[in-house]
Design a protein around this ligand. Structure first.
Ligand code: NAD
Ligand code: DAU
Length: 354
């Protein structure tokens, strides 16, 4: 079996669902259920003995040690993190705690477990750390995309904390020989995406008749990857990646934020038009820019394609249509995650601008 951390979040839950759809290998899913963790993402697995959910923290060494001893996983996929850049600007401490200290404690528990395996199991074992393209910093308009050898230059407390965790993972390979793999992926989108992030926030606000907030001039560029393509890349790296290596994962889909929002508005105009006949783009509102906002991310996903034969299956056009349709079909899920604490966050981040 494998141990997945953060498997009740956006990408982790998509990964668990995909994993169990593709193979019968059980998953132990360790998640602290922060505001971003939602067991409602996994309701289709209720009663499935292949999915064992454990409520807990990756930083809880005693818990992780006992889970490893009990389930003896052959691999760990570490998704658990604080993941939202704006939240890291309001309050960096949780990011340091989970992304740095939590990853360190997880690595320590795993190192002890791995050290006790026999030689064959040690060689077969993998620790896959899920990271981000944001560790590389920001690109100018004509710069080549990030390759795996691009220097680390994180600009936000979030990306700095992810960079620190990447360095720890790397060090555990070089110093202790732990067979680690790291993936650095671009912006994901798709089902179960928490509506604090641009794409689900815009869909949610559009349908609720609220402003669609564009930070600054809206010309910041992100590379977008449909979430199940990220999941298939992780499976591929886990199966064939070389220990100690890092793999960049991306969709070859660079888009300015304003174009993404215009695309979402056009799809919604088609699938769920406003009752007053006005286009959704009329709700676009320019708001104060994110402090330290990275201008452009772009990923060179050539290494994972050359070495492991992975390519995304979705284009931005197919993935974004599926995503909008999913949100229209799953308004109850959105209703559940946008109550209570979510409303407090929106008030804090957008204030009178909402
Ligand atoms: P998310 O915020 O939706 O989910 C994070 C999950 O981790 C939640 O279920 C949360 O409860 C859990 N968690 C948080 N702290 C924990 C702790 N201390 N112990 C155990 N569980 C904890 O995040 P996501 O968007 O699904 O991202 C998952 C991973 O992928 C993160 O490591 C993130 O840095 C990375 N990543 C995300 C993207 C993206 O576009 N979302 C892109 C590249 C990489
Ligand atoms: O690049 C990978 C990263 O992508 C992941 O590591 C992060 O976990 C994930 O949150 C994401 O970070 P971003 O900051 O790029 O995603 P976000 O959806 O927050 O913002 C996307 C872009 O849209 C960014 O340039 C900021 C802008 N934006 C965002 C929000 C929430 C707006 O203009 N308005 C908004 O209201």
């Amino acid at each position: 079996m494998i141990l997945v951390t953060g498997g009740a979040g956006f990408i982790g839950s998509n990964f668990v669902l995909d994993w169990l759809a593709a193979a019968d290998e059980p998953v132990v899913n360790l998640d602290a259920l922060t505001y971003a963790g939602n067991l409602g993402n996994l309701t289709s697995l209720q009663g499935d003995p292949r999915h064992i959910f454990v409520h807990g923290d990756i930083g809880d060494c005693a818990l992780v040690t006992s889970l490893l001893a009990q389930h003896r996983p052959r691999a760990i996929v570490n998704f658990a993190a604080e993941s939202h850049v704006d939240r890291s600007i309001h309050g960096p401490e949780d990011f340091v705690q989970t992304n740095i200290v939590g990853t360190f404690r997880l690595l320590e528990a795993v190192r002890a477990y791995w050290g006790g395996l026999d030689v064959a199991d040690q060689a077969a074992f993998r620790f896959l750390h899920v990271s981000t393209d944001e560790v590389y910093g920001s690109l100018a308009k004509d710069d080549p995309p990030f390759s795996e050898t691009h220097r680390y230059e994180p600009n936000s407390p979030y990306s700095a904390s992810k960079a620190a965790s990447d360095h720890l993972v790397r060090a555990y390979h070089h110093t202790y020989g732990l067979p680690v793999l790291t993936t650095n992926c671009s912006n994901n989108y798709g089902p179960y995406h928490f509506p604090e992030k641009l794409i689900p926030l815009v869909i949610h606000n559009a349908l609720a008749g609220k402003p669609l907030p564009i930070y600054g001039d809206g010309q910041q560029v992100r590379d977008w990857l449909y979430v199940t393509d990220h999941c298939s890349a992780i499976r591929r790296v886990l199966a064939g990646g070389r220990p100690g290596e890092t793999y960049n994962v991306g969709g070859w889909n660079e888009k300015p934020n304003l174009d993404v929002v215009h695309t979402l508005c056009a799809i919604l105009d088609e699938l769920s038009p406003r009752t007053d006949g006005q286009p959704y783009r009329a709700q676009i509102t320019y708001v104060t820019d994110r402090p330290g906002h990275d201008r452009r991310y772009a990923i060179d996903a050539g290494k994972i394609e050359r070495e492991l034969g992975w390519k995304p299956a979705e284009t931005f056009e197919t993935g974004i249509c599926k995503t909008v349709q999913w949100y229209l079909d799953n308004q109850a899920w959105v209703g559940n995650v946008t109550s209570g604490a979510y409303r407090d966050w929106v008030g804090k981040q957008y204030g009178a601008q909402q």
